[in-house]
Design a protein around this ligand. Structure first.
Ligand code: SF4
Length: 227
């Protein structure tokens, strides 16, 4: 059984935000506009998390790309009263939009703020709608949504492998964020395959996860910057 995971190398990441922009485009996220942004209604499936570190008197800010961590022990799944969010057999936390009642319990339960409430009807000006990605469903106003590890790309890779009569190979699935990162800071693959690139990266000395003490068992790992 596969167990999909992601590794983000902070030594390579420059904080440019290209991953966030690519995620927006790939997953048909509605642009909030200035008025709604002022009302704190803009949303992203992959955020840039500001963190500060001190070097002597100098305070340095850096930005960590933060998608949904696809926890193995996801608090959001436990609190959903209508089972609209669930952990699938390959370790991805899915969201059934047609079942979601927008109560936002899952948003309150997620310690990483990975889930977002959609305040908008899926509308684009002019013929922009034709540019929407047909592989990703448009969500109605009033539901909670989140990063899916580009689940549609996983399905496409599986289908291509099936047609060619082979297994999905390491590197066949590349989420939009990883594909568009100019420094190749994001790796993606099967954590259950000991030969996969992600498995090798997570066995290195620089690996850590955010708020590991919470016991949520995220499947997004970071590699600390080299000294
Ligand atoms: S695109 Fe790559 S370098 Fe830029 S913020 Fe994202 S992970 Fe970092």
């Amino acid at each position: 059984m596969r167990r999909w995971g992601m590794v983000i190398d902070l030594d390579r990441c420059t904080g440019c935000g290209a991953c966030m922009a690519a995620c927006h485009q790939e997953n048909n996220l509605t642009a909030a506009g200035p008025e709604q942004t002022r009302r704190d209604r803009a949303f992203h499936w992959l955020k840039m998390l500001p963190t500060e570190s001190r070097l002597g008197d100098e305070v340095m800010t850096r930005y960590l790309p933060q998608p949904c961590f696809q926890c193995d022990n996801p608090p959001c799944v436990r609190v959903c009263p209508v089972h609209a969010t669930y952990l699938n057999h390959e370790g991805i936390v899915g969201q059934v939009y047609a079942r979601c009642i927008g109560c936002r319990y899952c948003m309150a339960a997620c310690p990483y703020n990975a889930k977002v409430f959609n305040w908008f009807e899926p509308e684009w000006p002019g013929d922009m709608k034709r540019k929407a990605n047909p592989d990703v469903s448009l969500r109605p106003k009033g539901v909670v949504e989140k990063c899916t590890f580009c689940h549609h790309r996983i399905n496409r890779a599986k289908e291509e492998a099936r047609v060619e009569g082979r297994d999905v190979r390491d590197g066949d699935v590349i989420p939009a964020c990883a594909e568009n990162c100019p420094t190749q800071a994001i790796a993606f693959g099967d954590l259950n395959d000991p030969r996969s690139r992600v498995s090798q990266l997570v066995s290195g000395p620089r690996v850590f996860r955010l708020q590991e003490d919470l016991g949520t068992e995220p499947k997004v790992f970071y590699l600390a910057e080299k000294e």
